[in-house]
Ligand binder design. Structure first.
Ligand code: ZN
Length: 139
């Protein structure tokens, strides 16, 4: 089950400048800054009610964010939904004909297991599923 619009991921060139901008825009500072080595990104998170804004900057030429910004302007990179059971949703989406970008859930930022749905199978939007890792989740 999809339970929440968890966050919007925004691709930015300059993370510090974007953090300052969003601190002004939202009237509050971020609650977390995190480097995700597996994705070669630095991330900054802002809480906005029940949802979040995730700023993403690539830290290597191979980063998906760096490649995205070589082709497109800064802006919305992905839309993330919280799900109760990521493996169940991955199975369901495969049966519905969606193309998933990873075979298994992987460790994402902000203490989450994540999986991405290819934009070509989701009306041009890169969709992220995320499930909060509880202390009893072994992964
Ligand atoms: Zn995300």
């Amino acid at each position: 089950m999809f339970t929440n619009l968890e966050h919007l991921g925004l691709a930015v060139h300059d993370l510090d400048a974007a953090t300052d901008l969003y601190t002004k825009l939202l009237g509050q500072g971020p609650y977390k800054k995190e480097h995700v080595a597996s994705e070669a990104v630095d991330t900054v998170f802002f809480q906005v009610g029940g949802s979040k804004i995730e700023l993403l900057a690539g830290t290597s030429p191979e980063s998906a964010i760096t490649k995205f910004l070589e082709k497109k302007p800064e802006g919305i990179h992905h839309v993330a939904f919280e799900v109760a059971d990521i493996r169940a949703e991955m199975t369901r989406l495969r049966q519905e004909g969606f193309t998933l970008l990873n075979e298994e859930p992987k460790r994402g930022a902000d203490n989450k297991l994540v999986c991405f749905v290819h934009p070509k199978s989701a009306a041009g939007v890169l969709v992220e599923l995320c499930q909060t890792i509880s202390p009893t989740t072994h992964d």
